[in-house]
Design a protein around this ligand. Structure first.
Ligand SMILES: [Zn+2]
Length: 347
């Protein structure tokens, strides 16, 4: 009997080595089993072939039963595992990280709040960065370095010499190049394991909602009320969380807007465009060089927390940092039921 098992198993193994499928292996084992069981049933007692293949059909039935139980156990385990993976907010790919990735992300993997599972969530994440300027530079660099698998970047601007005082993603050689293409080149050089999707255009009401729908999380580092309002509306419509940063002169702010989960949206805070002169742009009012580095890095760390599910994010809170006095404070912000964008529209 054991000799028969050995011969059938050997034949199945040989098929596998020759490139045969699991189905072909199963067919060989099945045919072998049917053959010996028929031999047990059809041949008379004492027949040399019947003796050689075990002498009784019951030992084969028992073996088949054990095989069915083991197969069913692993099949059930596999089904439960795939179901658990699909119900996670960020489905975990089953494919393993390479040795090069494990080495690259070692300082994340040893972090209790990230670990191997968190790193795989980062790898599976799709994040869109709106604006490749002062805030976009550190945001893009830290997201790519952290191993966010797909990083989209949308901006219609070109690199100019006056950007280089704070937009550290670019250098002298990039002046005159479209920001999204210069960014793509720099990010791929920083981390070849991430996909960078450049969109060399302005984020508009027409293209915004479809684009936002392709990503899990949006980061807004643009610097005009009009664009921020359009990005906010697209994120509310697509029910995607929006990490928002803003800077001016020596002060910056960062928060997470997510009305789909009970938090305010940008329009809850700023329902109407500020009067001329009340919210001057960086070009008009100036901005200190290191400030976008601080606020952009905070945005990137909020994004990493959001993706891996670590700590407490800046939802319903706004962190305000004053670089001139080295002070930071947090204020609570609330969703407005009458908000024109995320509420009933009566506001
Ligand atoms: Zn709102």
């Amino acid at each position: 009997m054991f000799l028969t098992v050995f011969l059938v198993g050997g034949a199945a193994f040989a098929v596998r080595r020759m490139g045969g499928s699991v189905g072909a292996q199963g067919a060989i084992v099945g045919i072998g089993l049917i053959f010996v069981m028929l031999a047990q049933l059809a041949l008379p007692d004492g027949n040399p072939l019947r003796v050689a293949t075990g002498g009784s059909v019951w030992s084969w039935v028992t073996l088949l039963g054990i095989g069915v139980v083991i197969f069913s156990y692993f099949w059930l385990l596999k089904t439960l595992r795939s179901r658990a993976a699909n119900t996670l907010p960020h489905a975990v790919k089953s494919n393993k990280m390479s040795d090069a990735e494990l080495e690259r992300y070692a300082r994340h993997i040893v972090l209790r709040e990230v670990g191997g599972q968190g790193q795989r969530k980062l790898r599976n994440a799709r994040v869109l960065v709106v604006g490749a300027g002062g805030l976009g530079s550190p945001v893009l660099q830290y997201l790519a370095a952290a191993g966010v698998g797909t990083v989209g970047v949308i901006d219609d601007d070109i690199v100019s010499a006056s950007n280089l005082q704070r937009q550290v993603l670019f250098d002298e050689n990039d002046v005159g190049t479209a920001k999204v293409f210069a960014a793509q080149m720099k990010l791929k050089a920083l981390n070849p394991f991430v996909d960078v999707l450049p969109y060399n255009r302005k984020f508009t009401a027409e293209n915004g909602t479809d684009l936002v729908g392709e990503f899990d999380l949006i980061l807004d580092g643009t610097d005009t009320f009009a664009t921020r309002a359009v990005v906010n509306k697209a994120c509310v419509e697509a029910t995607k969380p929006l990490i928002s940063g803003a800077i001016g002169q020596w002060e910056g702010q960062v928060t997470v807007f997510d009305p789909a989960r009970g938090d305010p949206c940008y329009a809850c805070l700023f329902p109407t465009e500020p009067a001329d002169g009340l919210a001057p742009s960086c070009a008009e009012a100036g901005v200190v060089g290191a400030l976008p580095g601080i606020i952009g890095s905070m945005m990137a760390s909020e994004a990493i927390k959001e993706i891996v599910g670590a700590g407490k994010s800046l939802r319903s809170e706004m962190l305000i940092f004053d670089a001139l006095y080295g002070e930071s404070r947090k204020i609570n912000i609330e969703r407005r039921v009458d908000c024109k964008v995320c509420g009933d529209g009566n506001g």
